[in-house]
Design a protein around this ligand. Structure first.
Ligand code: ARG
Length: 461
C-alpha cells in the first residue's frame, strides 16, 4: 500500500530499506508536544482567517488535545510507515475526527512544520539549561563564599605559581558559566522567529496571518524569507556551539576535580555520593562523575561537528539531509543537562582539605613574587633588579632546604644589604593572598565581594 498521507501518485509501498532510512519517528517523536502546539496555533489561525470553518477547527483542536493525552499516557502507537511525528499525529487525527483532519495541513508543509517544532524544542531546552546553569553558579558562589580565605596553590603550567584562594578559583567558573548563559541567551534570541507559514519553500497563496501564529507560539516575529526559514539550521549549529563551549568549560572543572582528589594532590575530597569504588582495589575512591563530565564534552562537540558537516554545501531550500539535525542535538543537549547537574552536585559535595591546600600553596617558593614586589615597594628597587635579587634568595633557600619565610635575615642581607625585617610580613601564603586586593584579584575581601554580588544577582533571578 502506498503512503496514505502523500501516496496519490504512488502505486506501491516503499522498499523496506527505503522505509528504514527515511523514517524519523524513532527519534522525532520527542517533538510531539511542540508539533501539537504548532498545529493548534495553525488551526486557530486558519479559522480566524476564514480559511477553514470554525467547526472543523474545533474538531481539530479537540482531536489534537486527545492525541497529546494519548502520547503522554503512553497509549499512542507510533507507526514507522508514517515516517515522522507530523504524519503520525495527522493520521491519528483523521482516525479520531474524520475528514476535518485533512484541513489542518492547508497552507503549510512538513518543511515549515519541522523547522517550527525544532525551534520550539531547542528554545525549551535552552530555557531549561539556563535554569540549571544558574543553579550551578549558585553552588559555586556559595562554596566560594565559604572558602573565600581558604588558601590553595595557584598553578600555571600545572606548576605551583602563586598562592590563591579556593573561593577565587571557584569564582572563575562562575564567570565562565555566566558567559555560557549569555551565549545561549543570544542563540535563543536569534532562533526566536517563527517559520510556520513559509510552507514548502515559497510561502502560500492562502491569506494566512503569520503574526498570529508567531505570537501564539511565543515567537518574537515570523521569519522574513520562506526559503531561508525552511532551510535554516543556524539555531542548531549556534546552540550546539554554545553547548560545546560550556561542555569544554565543565570538562576543565572536571579535570581539576580529578587532579585535586588524586591522593598525590589530596586537595579536595568527594563523598561516597560522587565517587565509586574499585572491584579489585579496596582502597580506591574513583571520581567517575568528574571523568564522565570531562568525557561527555566529546559527544557534544561531535554533535556540533555533525550538524556543521550536514549543512555544509547544502543548496536551498529543504533537503532530507536536514532530518539528520535532530539525533545529535537531542543527545548533546541531554548530555549537557546531565553534565551541568553532575557538576553542580560535585561542587556542593566537595570538601577542600584546608591544611593540605595551605601546605601545598607554600611549596615551590610560591611567595617569591611577593618578595620581589616588596623590594620594589619598600626599597624602590626596579622590578627587573628585584626579580634578580629574589632569584638569588630563592637559590639560598633551596640550598638550605628552607621555605622563603625561614631564610635568615643575615642571608638575605648578604644578597642585598638594604633588606630589613619588614620583608617577613609578605612571605607567608596568607599575607600573599591578603595583599592581592586589585579588582578581580584573589584576596579574600575581593572574593567575598564577587561571591556576594553574584549570589544577590542569582537569588533575584
Ligand atoms: N521528518 C522530516 C525532517 O525531520 C520532516 C520534513 C519532511 N519534509 C519533506 N519534504 N520530506 O526533516
Amino acid at each position: 500500500m502506498s503512503n496514505k498521507m502523500w501516496g496519490g501518485r504512488f502505486t506501491s509501498a516503499p522498499d523496506a530499506i527505503m522505509e528504514e532510512i527515511n523514517a524519523s519517528i524513532g527519534f522525532d517523536q520527542r517533538l510531539y508536544a511542540q508539533d501539537i502546539a504548532g498545529s493548534k496555533a495553525h488551526a486557530a489561525m486558519l479559522a480566524a482567517q476564514g480559511i477553514i470553518a470554525a467547526e472543523d477547527a474545533q474538531k481539530i483542536q479537540d482531536g489534537l488535545d486527545t492525541i497529546l493525552s494519548e502520547i503522554e499516557a503512553g497509549s499512542f502507537t507510533f507507526r514507522r510507515e508514517l515516517e515522522d511525528i507530523h504524519m503520525n499525529v495527522e493520521s491519528r487525527l483523521a482516525e479520531l475526527i474524520g475528514a476535518s483532519a485533512g484541513r489542518l495541513h492547508t497552507a503549510r508543509s512538513r518543511n515549515d512544520q519541522v523547522a517550527t517544532d525544532f525551534r520550539l524544542y531547542v528554545r525549551d531546552t535552552v530555557d531549561a539549561l539556563d535554569a540549571q546553569l544558574a543553579d550551578l553558579q549558585k553552588a559555586l558562589a556559595e562554596k566560594a563564599l565559604a572558602n573565600a580565605a581558604t588558601v590553595m596553590p595557584g598553578f600555571t603550567h600545572l606548576q605551583t605559581a602563586q598562592p590563591v584562594t579556593f573561593g577565587h578559583h571557584l569564582m572563575a567558573y562562575v564567570e565562565m558559566t555566566a558567559r555560557d548563559r549569555s551565549r545561549l541567551k543570544d542563540a535563543r534570541a536569534r532562533l526566536n522567529e517563527c517559520p510556520l507559514g513559509s510552507a514548502a519553500l515559497a510561502g502560500t497563496s492562502f491569506p494566512i496571518d503569520r503574526e498570529a501564529t508567531a505570537s501564539a507560539l511565543g515567537f518574537a516575529r515570523p521569519t522574513a524569507n520562506s526559503l531561508d526559514a525552511v532551510s535554516d539550521r543556524d539555531f542548531v549549529m549556534e546552540t550546539l556551539s554554545a553547548a560545546s563551549i560550556c561542555a569544554v568549560h565543565l570538562s576543565r572543572f572536571a579535570e581539576e576535580v580529578v587532579i585535586w582528589t588524586s591522593p598525590s594532590f589530596g586537595l579536595v575530597k568527594l563523598s561516597d555520593a560522587f565517587t565509586t569504588g574499585s572491584s579489585i582495589m579496596p582502597q580506591k575512591r574513583n571520581p567517575d562523575a568528574a571523568e564522565l563530565v570531562r568525557a561527555k564534552a566529546g559527544r557534544i562537540i561531535g554533535a556540533l561537528t555533525g550538524i556543521l558537516v550536514v549543512m555544509k554545501g547544502l543548496p536551498l531550500a529543504y533537503a532530507k539531509d536536514m532530518q539528520e539535525d535532530k539525533e545529535g542535538a537531542f543527545d548533546a543537549l541531554s548530555a549537557l543537562s546531565l553534565v551541568v547537574a553532575a557538576s553542580a552536585g560535585m561542587v556542593r559535595d566537595l570538601t577542600p582539605d584546608a591544611e593540605r591546600m595551605k601546605a601545598a600553596a607554600g611549596q615551590g617558593y610560591s611567595t617569591a613574587t611577593d618578595l620581589a614586589d616588596w623590594l620594589v615597594r619598600a626599597l624602590n628597587i626596579p622590578f627587573r633588579e628585584a626579580h634578580h635579587i629574589t632569584g638569588r634568595i630563592v637559590g639560598i633557600a633551596a640550598e638550605k632546604g628552607l621555605a622563603l619565610e625561614d631564610v635568615p635575615l643575615a642571608d638575605m642581607k648578604a644578597v642585598d644589604a638594604r633588606i630589613n625585617d619588614d620583608v617577613y610580613s609578605v612571605l607567608s601564603v596568607e599575607c600573599s593572598v591578603n595583599s592581592r586586593v586589585s579588582y578581580g584579584g584573589t584576596a579574600p575581601s575581593q572574593v567575598r565581594t564577587q561571591a556576594e554580588r553574584w549570589l544577590k544577582l542569582l537569588n533575584g533571578e
